[in-house]
Design a protein around this ligand. Structure first.
Ligand SMILES: [Zn+2]
Ligand SMILES: [Zn+2]
Length: 134
């Protein structure tokens, strides 16, 4: 089975996942823009089991629909590496950039498209949702 490791820029915090992602998507919400410092978040979700190595600082943010997400980032270099949804086991969402792999599978969905920067055009085959379809 394919194993992939996502790591922060200093290498202190990493997470290894197995198998192919359950989903790969973009999020253009303003919270993700501020969280990542980028124009959008590029995320991949994986099923358990996963293995975390290193120390993480945590920040819980409650989304528009009431779900709470616990973000983990490296206390040394500040890279956002992964997050989980509070009370929802079985999976993990990882910042795709942390894999440092230009061949990583492309996104299939785009959420909070209402906040997408005007210059950014989605590739063919991506399903866009104005907000979060959940
Ligand atoms: Zn780090
Ligand atoms: Zn978002």
């Amino acid at each position: 089975m394919t194993a992939r490791t996502a790591a922060c820029s200093c290498g202190q915090l990493s997470v290894t996942v197995k198998g192919e992602p359950r989903g790969v998507g973009l999020c253009h919400c303003l919270a993700c823009q501020q969280r990542t410092g980028s124009a959008f978040a590029y995320l991949a979700s994986f099923s358990e089991p996963y293995e975390v190595n290193g120390q993480a600082t945590e920040y819980v943010r409650v989304g528009d629909a009431g779900a709470a997400f616990r973000f983990r980032f490296c206390p040394k270099c500040g890279t956002t590496v992964y997050h989980t949804e509070e009370g929802v086991g079985g999976g993990i969402s990882i910042a795709v950039g942390a894999f440092a792999d230009p061949d990583f599978p492309p996104p299939s969905v785009s959420v909070y498209d209402c906040r997408r920067h005007g210059w950014l055009t989605l590739p063919d085959g991506v399903t866009a949702f104005a907000k979060d379809p959940d």
